[in-house]
Design a protein around this ligand. Structure first.
Ligand code: DGL
Length: 260
């Protein structure tokens, strides 16, 4: 049974995997994390554009997935075109949910919380101009929030004050006190949405459910196993931190851990 392949720098893509598993509960899964390249958000465009298509090429050759999902905004906003050009299978990317955020905002001030690399992408400018032309679109990039999500999934306690401080990166900007919707433009951030909500109760949106529906559409008419099969988590580097993720991976049905 050919799997669905999810790809991220770390565990963030599991927020997208969770949405896909709600619609396709028995889909065989390979979840790939480029732990050797983590974090992506502080890398250059050139590094990501070189790294992501090469890794996906190796993963597709090894696992022959039916669909590859780049469950990472940073990689998608920079490298989706390169990946699609290089691979002969459907590739789904992650797009910052600016359109639904503009639809949901009453105050017409929305925040885009992503990695530093994502929030500076022209792709985000285009989404803001096309779908949120009458909104003030505030942006903030946080590498710390990515690390907090990784720590949470390793079962470590994180400091509630950190989430409030990170959100001031948006709320301290002009108009920020009126912001009512925040786009979680990094897949890691959905994993710490309860902590963000506790720090500041706003509407937090991501694109995970839309990606899940897209996967269903692309695989329409295909057969799936009758019952869930053990999934594989594959890392570009294994270290003690990987071992600490084992319980979280198991919650997503990822029982096997391997190295690319
Ligand atoms: N989860 C990724 C994203 O959606 C990247 C996090 C990182 O490695 O900086 O942007």
């Amino acid at each position: 049974m050919r799997p669905l392949l999810f790809f991220d720098s770390g565990v963030g893509g599991m927020s997208v995997l969770a949405a896909a598993q709600r619609l396709l509960p028995t889909a065989p899964i390979v979840y790939a994390a480029d732990s050797a390249g983590y974090p992506y958000g502080t890398r250059t465009e050139a590094e990501i554009a070189a790294r992501v298509p090469a890794l996906l090429g190796r993963l597709v050759e090894r696992f022959q997935p039916r669909v590859a999902i780049i469950a990472c905004n940073t990689a998608s906003t920079i490298a989706l075109g390169h990946v699609r050009a290089a691979l002969d299978l459907p590739v789904v990317g992650t797009v910052p949910a600016i359109k639904p955020a503009a639809l949901a905002s009453k105050s017409r001030v929305i925040g885009v919380l992503g990695t530093e690399a994502t929030v500076r992408q022209p792709y985000v400018d285009r989404l803001a101009a096309e779908f949120a032309g009458d909104c003030t679109v505030l942006r903030h990039g946080s590498a710390e929030l990515v690390d907090l999500a990784e720590a949470k999934l390793r079962g470590e306690a994180t400091d509630p004050a950190a989430y409030a401080r990170i959100l001031t990166g948006l709320t301290d900007q002009p108009g920020g006190e009126r912001m009512d919707v925040v786009v979680l433009a990094c897949t890691h951030f959905r994993l710490v949405e309860p902590e963000l909500s506790a720090a500041r109760p706003l509407t937090y949106l991501d694109g995970a459910d839309g990606i899940a529906r897209r996967i269903v559409h692309l695989t329409q008419g295909q057969d799936w196993p009758a019952a869930p099969v053990p999934g594989t988590a594959i890392f570009t580097r294994l270290d003690p931190r990987t071992e600490a993720l084992r319980p979280a991976l198991a919650r997503f049905g990822l029982q096997k851990i391997d190295q690319l």
